[in-house]
Unconditional design. Structure first.
Length: 189
């Protein structure tokens, strides 16, 4: 564990039950990603001056057990940060805030039109498995189809087909359609 002082940019957040989990870029460590668990609320795109401690995630405690390090590394996260002090410097519109807002808008549209199946569709199309019932996840694993929840090329092509259909249905201008599809695929994948 070492002391860390510097500017960070919030790039993503996960809303847990009682705390927030934030992903941010460490600007002075080759833009490595780190994670903060916090009860304080931040927004994606905020630049924050922090003081705290930074450490690598723990390895598995028991042989064959859960490895926080492997789990976070699989999500591209290299460090865990514990905050002592933080001050929001400013909020700017970055690609991260734009993409996060876009993802949330897609999630809201899914929940608006597919109320009962929101969790399933957001896990299938957006890779967001947070609300997925453990029993359903275990059932899918036992049936050998849990790989369907991993965002893949098949999901991308299926999503693009749906988007193309919707845009043809509503006759969206070609340039807008291409831009929408490009942004959709970039973010979701």
């Amino acid at each position: 564990m070492r002391e860390y002082k510097g500017l960070i940019e919030i790039t993503d957040m996960w809303d847990e039950k009682e705390t927030f989990t934030y992903i941010f870029l460490l600007k002075d460590l080759s833009l490595k990603k780190a994670i903060i668990y916090s009860e304080k609320s931040f927004e994606v795109g905020e630049i924050i001056d922090i003081e705290g401690f930074i450490d690598v995630p723990k390895r598995e405690q028991n042989k064959g057990g859960f490895s926080q390090r492997a789990y976070l590394k699989g999500q591209g996260i290299n460090f865990i940060c514990t905050l002592k002090k933080e001050e929001i410097i400013n909020k700017k519109d970055t690609i991260y805030s734009w993409l996060y807002n876009y993802k949330m808008a897609m999630k809201n549209q899914i929940s608006k039109y597919l109320e009962e199946d929101t969790v399933l569709f957001t896990s299938f199309f957006l890779g967001d498995k947070k609300g997925l019932d453990d029993g359903l996840r275990e059932l899918w694993q036992n049936l050998g189809i849990s790989h369907l929840l991993a965002v893949s090329g098949t999901h991308m092509s299926l999503l693009m087909d749906i988007c193309i259909f919707l845009h043809l249905l509503y006759q969206v201008v070609a340039l807008e359609k291409e831009l929408f599809l490009l942004v959709s695929c970039f973010y979701i994948h």
